[in-house]
Design a protein around this ligand. Structure first.
Ligand SMILES: [Fe+2]
Length: 483
């Protein structure tokens, strides 16, 4: 008998497990869905198959579910399938959870010791003709882009030496290359980081290793036309602590945040390290090189925002401490110092996205999310507890902001940017709106240039879509014909 899930924020509200694999053809659309929107929007959703073995766990441990929204000729179809990871298959055979603490295999049931324990639940990426479900603790899992059938673990034809791959690879729109890295590359709590490049066909063409100053939760990185940037925030891991059955991550504010920058056409031997008092950073909106200066734009927090990491770090965090800013850090590579120049661009927030064509180069516009307390009290949605309720369009040059605020009963999941084929058109943002009053989800399509005007189309979903992590838009012309 499967017991109820725990009554904690990781399993309540919009974080309540869904576990629904489904196909819904022709969702109902209110408003005018722009006919030019054609393609697949893939989303990764942590969705635990079973209640946690130890009686508690984080949202981040949920088994990977991939949701595909297919747009064609003004119609939208929904498909959801679990990634058939080794872990999910073991759990289903046993009809219970077999895994213990987040990223701690020493707390697992003996029956699964030594097995691949990734949940492949963070980001779906389309590259080199492959749809990959990524989680930063392991290799990706490949899926059929049309049926979402799991094809298996993907190690780049046996070439990838790193045991891990970030869930935030960076695609260069100019060259088609995929840049990525893996931290803890040679095993749990190792300081090894692998820096890798796959060519436009998905072939691994470069893998270089280096050591970071300490083992860090390096969730994302950034690439420009000329540089690669590795932020190393002080959320740290320790092998002895993990082997003793303790938490993988703790926040160590006594340590600095390090930022390593190397020339893209150089080597990891050329890494130059900058330092800043402890900051938390998960997602980087964009970066570019301007003369001898590298600019990096992101939501910067003062403390790690994840409740389970704060608890493991014995921190009692006042919510006012959590509010950071959206900033630009500028690194002057022409001077010998390690100083970082900070410019505040907007209020604190996360989930930054840009038009893919703007990646790695000087750009003007980005979109991110924030929590505006004037809209309403926090609602449970997502990994840190309170969901965002406002989408911001930011002009990084003028710092002008426009906002789309939800109502007091609605939170927003990560938006994707969908490019337009119309000249001079900024494209669209699509996101799942969590209707906490209806217990159903809606998909909103907004004009990227005019987020403040609200949805041009709302797509009704006849079920609740559990809060996902990241998504990717893949234009129809990029996809192969169905098999
Ligand atoms: Fe992420």
């Amino acid at each position: 008998m499967t017991k109820p899930f725990p009554g904690t924020m990781d399993f309540l509200g919009y974080n309540a497990p869904s576990r629904v694999e489904c196909d819904v053809y022709d969702l109902v659309v209110e408003g005018e869905l722009p006919a030019e929107i054609a393609g697949n929007w893939y989303r990764c959703v942590p969705d635990p198959q079973y209640p946690p073995m130890l009686g508690h766990d984080t949202y981040l441990s949920g088994d990977g579910m991939v949701c595909c929204l297919r747009f064609e000729d003004g119609h939208v179809d929904l498909k959801q399938r679990y990634v058939r990871t080794t872990r999910l298959q073991s759990e289903r055979r046993a009809r219970r959870s077999l895994h213990g603490l987040y990223r701690n295999p020493y707390t697992d049931d003996p029956s699964v010791r030594g097995q691949n324990r990734t949940v492949a639940n963070t980001t779906p990426i389309w590259h080199g003709g492959k749809l990959l479900a990524l989680k930063e603790d392991a290799h990706p899992w490949a899926l059929d882009p049309h049926t979402l059938e799991t094809l298996g673990e993907w190690d780049f034809d046996g070439r990838l030496r790193s045991q891990t791959m970030t869930a935030h690879p960076r695609l260069d729109p100019a060259t088609g290359e995929m840049f990525f890295f893996g931290y803890e590359a040679s095993g749990i709590a190792t300081r090894d980081v692998a820096f890798c490049v796959a060519d436009r066909d998905g072939r691994l063409v470069r893998e270089e290793w280096f050591e970071v100053p300490f083992v860090s939760l390096m969730h994302d990185f950034a690439v420009t036309k000329d540089h690669v940037i590795f932020p190393v925030p002080p959320t740290t891991a320790d092998r002895a602590r993990i082997e003793a059955g303790g938490p993988h991550w703790i926040w160590e504010p006594s340590k600095d945040m390090y930022i390593g920058i190397m020339p893209r056409r150089g080597s990891v031997k050329d890494l130059r390290w900058f330092r800043h008092p402890a900051r938390s950073a998960f997602h980087f909106m964009n970066a570019y090189t301007e003369g001898g200066t590298v600019h990096l734009d992101f939501g910067c927090g003062k403390v790690n925002p994840f409740p389970f990491i704060q608890e493991a770090s014995h921190l009692k965090v006042d919510p006012s401490q959590m509010a950071g800013s959206f900033v630009r850090w500028s690194f002057d590579l022409s001077s010998p110092g390690t100083e970082i120049r900070e410019t505040v661009l907007g209020p604190g927030g996360d989930m930054p996205r840009i038009a893919e064509k703007d990646a790695m180069v000087d750009y003007t516009t980005g979109y991110y999310q924030t929590f505006d307390p004037s809209v309403g009290p926090p609602l449970i949605a997502g990994p840190v507890g309170a969901g965002f309720n406002t989408i911001l369009r930011l002009n990084v040059k003028s710092r002008q902001l426009t906002a789309l605020a939800m109502d007091a009963h609605t939170t927003v999941q990560e938006h994707v940017h969908i490019p337009s084929k119309r000249p001079g058109h900024e494209g669209y943002l699509a996101f799942v709106a969590d209707r906490h009053d209806k217990w159903l989800s809606e998909i909103w399509i907004v004009e990227a240039a005019h987020v403040e005007r609200g949805a041009v189309a709302k797509i009704q979903v006849p079920l609740r879509l559990r809060v996902g992590v990241h998504g990717s838009w893949v234009a129809a012309e990029s996809l192969p014909a169905p098999r």
